[in-house]
Design a protein around this ligand. Structure first.
Ligand code: FAD
Length: 411
């Protein structure tokens, strides 16, 4: 097929905006249209639960400078929601009825927060966190003494808790599992986060379900747990994960995944969907990942940035598989950490190097003796070695991982 002349990118988040920039960096001179429902130019999400919520930053990290889009002849259509993709006609149609033709389409519609369909979910003061406006509104509500109940002790719930404590709010986290971050970190490492938050004044309701939100005059006043206890609340943050926005893809007839948690748009290794001229990247892509030999969907900053840049080449017919291992970071209080790779903490062998109680350690997850994932907490010197160990799935003895110079283990 001839090189495309009209590329439409649906979703102006990190994946979409990275793809748009990279198309121009690769010398593509045809039309690039980047469409997003956000009123703000593309920005990165991590600061929404960190710098902005802590009150340390007024703005998020913008993906590109304000004048980048005009300078690079990228048509950025903000505050525009696409309601339909017509694969047969190769057009997307926005809510105003405007049709935009493409010869290659990138879907980068990201995720939305999972919500609780309970009595009182629509009360004022029951919030989720996904956008810059959500973050700014949440910051305004985090005042000293405010009673904040966070539902869900995943990454975002934990980061919101840290920000709320900084603003001297009273924080309770309700979690249905026995420990925070339990599913991703397993017992031993999850306890590090339990202790961290407890020492910083967070109260816990673990192994607890939510029955309803109570209110008065349309405003939330409390959270009733499944055991009947009512936690008084001025603010509730529902942070129980995200679901990929696949409705448009589904309605268009693209193949969706039933093999990754939460679903997603199926792609091959090159991020191409079941329609030959349509690609997907970022949170929505359930990619057949060559490194793992199965479908993987990753809801991380680095994945959105790197897949977005990578898919630009494939929109121009490079046909290159995307092979990077997942990478994630988080900051909570004085704990900073990075995770590389994909662990199954309930199946893989955990090896710890360093001091868990001092919160300065590296955790390795080994499968059949090979390093599948590594997490460095408050230690920053071995990033390249950790990346190589994970990328190569290096075989190593636990004792070597605990004591040897890590660079020396990289083959
Ligand atoms: C608060 C928060 C903190 C995070 N912190 C970290 C972190 O510390 N480390 C980390 O690794 N990851 C973090 N993440 C995850 C990471 O930011 C995401 O995985 C990444 O931003 C996903 O990018 P994306 O472009 O795929 O999707 P999104 O950022 O969700 O962008 C998709 C865009 O598409 C738009 N859109 C959707 N449907 C339509 C439509 N029909 N029409 C028009 N536009 C549409 C949306 O409005 C949105 O702007 C965080 C996420 C959140 C919410």
């Amino acid at each position: 097929m001839a090189q495309p002349q009209h590329i439409v990118i649906l979703g102006s988040g990190l994946a979409g905006a990275s793809a748009a920039g990279e198309l121009r960096a690769k010398g593509f001179t045809g039309e690039v249209v980047l469409i997003g429902k956000e009123p703000h130019r593309p920005y990165e999400l991590p600061a929404l639960s960190k710098g902005i919520l802590l009150g340390d930053a007024a703005d998020p990290d913008w993906v590109h400078d304000e004048d980048f889009y005009a300078k690079n002849d990228i048509e950025l259509r903000l505050s525009t929601t696409v309601g339909e993709i017509r694969l047969g006609d190769r057009v997307v149609i926005d809510d105003a009825g405007t049709a935009q033709a493409y010869d290659r389409l990138l879907l980068a519609t990201g995720s939305r927060p999972r919500t609780l369909d309970l009595s009182g979910s629509d009360l004022e003061g029951v919030r989720t966190l996904r956008t810059l406006d959500d973050s700014r509104a949440l910051l305004a509500a985090l005042t000293p003494g405010a009673r904040v109940v966070i539902i869900g002790a995943g990454w975002i719930g934990c980061e919101v808790a840290a920000a709320a404590r900084k603003h001297e709010a009273e924080v309770t986290i309700v979690e249905r599992l026995p420990l925070p971050l339990h599913q991703v970190l397993g017992d031993t490492i999850a306890r590090v986060f339990l202790d961290l938050h407890t020492e910083n004044g967070v109260s816990w309701r673990l192994d607890s379900g939510v029955a309803e939100f109570t209110g008065d005059g349309g405003k939330v006043t409390g959270v009733r747990l499944a055991d009947g206890t009512v936690l008084p609340a001025d603010l509730v943050v529902v942070a129980i994960g995200a679901v990929p926005r696949v409705e448009l893809a589904h309605a268009a007839g693209l193949q969706l995944s039933d093999s990754v948690p939460g679903g997603g748009v199926d792609t091959d290794a090159t991020l191409r969907t079941s329609a030959p001229d349509v690609y997907a990247a970022g949170d929505i892509a359930a990619q057949f990942h060559p490194r793992y030999g199965r479908r993987v969907r990753v809801e991380h900053w680095a994945n959105a940035k790197d897949q977005g840049a990578h898919v630009a080449g494939n929109l121009l017919d490079a046909g290159e598989p995307y092979t990077r291992s997942p990478y994630f970071f988080s900051d909570q209080y004085d704990l900073g950490m990075e995770v590389r790779g994909l662990a199954n903490p309930f199946r893989d062998e955990l090896v710890v190097r360093g001091d868990l109680s001092a919160r300065e350690f590296i955790a390795f997850w080994l499968r059949d003796g090979s390093v599948h994932a590594a997490m460095n907490v408050n230690l920053w010197d071995d990033g390249d070695a950790l990346q190589a160990l994970v990328d190569n799935q290096t075989k190593a003895e636990p004792q070597q991982l605990q004591q040897a110079d890590l660079a020396s283990l990289v083959g």
